[in-house]
Write a protein that binds this ligand. Structure first.
Ligand SMILES: Cc1cc2nc3c(=O)[nH]c(=O)nc-3n(C[C@H](O)[C@H](O)[C@H](O)COP(=O)(O)O)c2cc1C
Length: 214
């Protein structure tokens, strides 16, 4: 029998004009191939997945967007919350040389972002750019579609995931499941870094909860 749901308190709102709308999405580290064959590495929080496709929002000025226009291979590396300082070390860097005028006040050119961040490249299996060895989840992928935004400031990039690598510590042994109790993304929440809090519950289609119960 279904219990009658209790109604949560309604909220009273004020009108707000925030400078940013980064309401809390996971950070990914994208590796792409530079024109000279070296690897670029960039933090991106406009990332989500549906089926085997990862969708990314990439500023038109960045080295990453240019690389993917010419060389479609990439790795979507998912850092855990403890890696936030390495992510933040990448924050003021660009692989674009010269630095585009709009980025000049804030960013500087860095050809070796792995070294600058203290991260380790690891050879990929299906694509050219390397993985980030410290990231527990790594998605090797290839761009299938690029769509310009209405205002021309970014590209929406759709990439097909070709190969998934997971640290066994975040998987359910003997299955193909990521363990939601062991994995936490690094969340970018209005320019602050967070991990997940304790689990609140699970969706009715969870496959790992059914295993846990039975
Ligand atoms: C946590 C975080 C999230 C970011 N999210 C995005 C994003 O979603 N899209 C984007 O284009 N840039 C994003 N940036 C900014 C890029 O990382 C930045 O423009 C960088 O210079 C890109 O490097 P590249 O020019 O070598 O590609 C983010 C930066 C940080 C630190």
């Amino acid at each position: 029998m279904n219990a009658t749901p209790t109604t949560a308190p309604v909220r009273h709102h004020r009108t707000l004009t925030p400078s940013i709308l980064y309401f809390g999405t996971p950070v990914v580290l994208l590796t792409t191939e530079n024109p000279d064959g070296t690897a670029n590495l960039a933090p991106v929080s406009s990332a989500w997945a549906l089926g085997r496709t990862v969708v990314l929002g990439l500023g038109v000025d960045g080295r990453t967007a240019h690389n993917l226009a010419d060389r479609p291979d990439l790795v979507v590396n998912l850092p855990s919350p403890d890696l936030w300082e390495a992510v933040e070390r990448l924050a003021p860097l660009t692989g674009a040389d010269p630095v585009p005028p709009a980025k000049r006040p804030v960013y500087r050119y860095e050809p070796d972002k792995f070294a600058a961040a203290g991260l380790t490249p690891q050879a990929s299996v299906r694509v050219g750019p390397p993985r980030v060895a410290q990231c527990p989840l790594q998605l090797e992928a290839r761009v299938r579609q690029r769509t310009p935004s209405a205002d021309g400031s970014f590209w929406t990039v759709e990439a097909e995931v070709l190969h998934v690598h997971a640290d066994p510590d975040i998987t359910v042994p003997g299955t193909q499941h990521v363990d939601p109790g062991a994995w936490s993304p690094l969340v970018y929440n209005f320019r602050h870094y967070h991990g997940l809090g304790p689990e609140l519950g699970h969706g009715f289609r969870s496959e790992t909860a059914a295993r846990r119960a039975g």
